[in-house]
Design a protein around this ligand. Sequence first.
Ligand SMILES: *Cc1c(COP(=O)(O)O)cnc(C)c1O
Length: 360
Amino acid sequence: MKNDPETGELTPSAHVDLQIVQQNYIALRHQAAGAETGAVVKADCYGHGVSHIAPALAEAGCETFFVAYTHEGQALRALIGPDPTIFVFNGIRPHETDDFRIAGLSPVCNTPEEIAMALTARLPAGYGIHIDTGMNRLGIRPENVIDLPGFTHGFPPRLIMSHLACADQPAHPLNKIQLERFHQARNLFPGIPASLVSTAGIYLGADYTFDLVRPGIGLYGGGPARPPGLKLRTAMTLTAPVMNVFEVKPGETVGYGASFEARGPSVIATVAFGYADGYLRSGGNYGFAILDGVPCPVVGRISMDLITLDVTDLAEKPRIGDRAEFIGKIAGYEIQAEALGTLGYELTSRLGTRISRSWG
Ligand SMILES: *Cc1c(COP(=O)(O)O)cnc(C)c1O
């Protein structure tokens, strides 16, 4: 692919393969043996485009979705029709009860006050309760859970949930502590569905998956090390076009601050991509891109619109319009993100509006 197929311009582009997302969803469902598999589609599906991803997930059989904000839930309802359940992690505010009623949203209540709102409004799509078992971030503290069964009698929650702090570190002692606290809390609500884990927690095994799991990043092939046998593929292909190719002599520098100095004769390719497009500036002299199947290091600082790559090792010099892959089949989310000092989550959820987008 030379340049953007639609505009003909040399712009960065991101393509998301919806079939891969569906296959990853089904693979995660298989891994979560027996638990219902929902999908977390907050933050525009971590930058992958909720308007395309959510209907594809519904088509693959997903019946429960999670968002962070009420407005995300309202937009999602219009995309997926009346049937699927939509939970809103950030709960409900007093002026929002009609919004929840009209869009058929279910708040995840994080305080007794929110539960009281759900009860008073008798929200038609019900509500969930988030119990803070040790993340110490959001949710009802375990010591306050004991009163809830009486309080919610007559209009019980439809989900009891919590969230693990260290699911990506299977041996971390906090996992077992949170599991134990979650059992204690959910035992107070016999028969009510329970949900503890996101992508990483699914890999901790059947003790952790309860009735419903909540993967997000795994749908795209990102996230922590997976159990052997679980194959998830990278759903996004993010490329940037070469704008300029030139040689530098030993001792010459590249980019702002002259932070890279060529040790030998080198070939540099400048691509149209930068921190305004979401490629973190911390990737200066650390990131990489794939050209002709070969990893080429980012040299020099990341500019707002431009990145310089050392392409000396390529058999053939790249040409203007050739595309460098930053995320894709070879450059997985997490290895690219690690080179920037972050995670796949941050990399894709920050991708900018100048990137030309396609799905298929
Ligand atoms: C974002 C989020 C998830 C999804 O996490 P992934 O690591 O992307 O699978 C699940 N649960 C809660 C509470 C979240 O905030």
